[in-house]
Design a protein around this ligand. Structure first.
Ligand SMILES: *[C@@H]1O[C@H](CO)[C@@H](O)[C@H](O)[C@H]1NC(C)=O
Ligand SMILES: *[C@@H]1O[C@H](CO)[C@@H](O)[C@H](O)[C@H]1NC(C)=O
Length: 293
């Protein structure tokens, strides 16, 4: 029986429990308070509170946060490319730098007109990825803005779509699985051509007669522990991991999904999951350790 993943009103409540703020309403910022273009400035279109990124046969475009962060929650509202988006990828991700980097990815794989987008997620820890999951959405992501969030604390990384969890990476350090917790991450988004693999396994190529391909953004939110670029790694870890700081994402209730959220996740997986590396025995003869429940 399908459970509807409707929003609860919790998002709008501001209350605290034993000194922790549980749910804060962080008002969205303007793009340039938090972000800056990282390439192809001439493929940015500013329209009031909205930003559009353009992909054409000349270039894609991308932006990056001005600061790096540890833990917290980052949300972008995105309206994906309308009509024919085959061959294109719109990405929203957090990443640290260096060869042993951590990364949390949303990649929106375009499709031909009327066919569903796929949302591919991946997680890199200490430079190791290969943790792809793919799902389709329960709405048309090209018709309206929807919110896509990454929630990160010491216990879990949660991917959310309109506040519905679609994926959880639980801290299983006790089982010997590395967990991202000591590298500050930037927030990134970009749009590019990936018609060698993105749509229907690369069989459908980008139709440039439909360019420019435009993704729209608004509601930029980063509620996280900011790490000055000049600070040493240990300083940032200290600043952002201290249990006495009372960060809302360190509240014990945030250490796992609520019962309601775990039902939502089950609903998403039962109805919308297309691929999960954990179930791909042709790739992994033994399922990776984080796949155990
Ligand atoms: C890119 O698209 C424009 C407009 O459709 C076209 O005039 C141009 O030749 C194309 N360039 C390349 C390199 O395909
Ligand atoms: C595109 O549509 C096809 C046909 O419905 C579907 O199999 C595929 O998963 C969709 N998404 C992508 C990115 O190929």
């Amino acid at each position: 029986m399908a459970v509807s993943p409707t929003l609860s009103s919790s998002k709008l409540l501001l209350f605290s429990l034993s000194g922790f703020v549980l749910f804060g309403l962080v008002s969205p910022s303007k793009f340039d308070e938090l972000f800056q273009p990282s390439w192809a400035l001439d493929h940015f279109i500013y329209e009031g509170e909205q930003l559009q990124l353009k992909l054409d046969n000349y270039s894609g475009a991308g932006f990056t946060s001005k600061s790096k962060y540890m833990f917290g929650k980052t949300t972008l509202q995105i309206k994906l490319i309308e009509g024919d988006s085959a061959g294109t990828v719109t990405a929203f991700y957090m990443s640290s730098d260096g060869p042993n980097h951590n990364e949390f990815d949303f990649e929106f794989l375009g499709n031909t007109t009327g066919e569903p987008y796929l949302v591919q997620t991946n997680i890199y820890v200490n430079g190791v990825g290969n943790r792809e999951q793919r799902l389709n959405l329960w709405f048309d992501p090209t018709k309206d803005f929807h919110s896509y969030s990454l929630l990160w604390n010491q216990r879990q990384v949660v991917f959310l779509v309109d506040e519905t969890p679609i994926r959880v990476f639980t801290n299983k350090e006790r089982q010997g699985v590395a967990f991202p917790k000591d590298q500050a991450m930037g927030v990134y988004s970009s749009i590019w051509n990936a018609d060698d693999w993105a749509t229907q396994g690369g069989r459908v190529k980008t139709d440039w007669t439909h360019a420019p391909f435009v993704a729209s953004y608004k509601g930029f939110q980063i509620d996280a522990c900011e790490c000055p670029v000049t600070a040493a790694v240990e300083e940032n870890v200290k600043r952002c991991s201290a249990s006495d700081k009372g960060y809302w994402w360190d509240n014990p209730v945030m250490s796992e999904l609520s019962l309601h959220q775990s039902h939502q996740l089950m609903w998403v997986r039962a109805n919308h999951l297309v691929y999960d590396y954990c179930m791909d025995s042709s790739r992994f003869t033994v399922a990776p350790p984080e796949c155990d429940n």
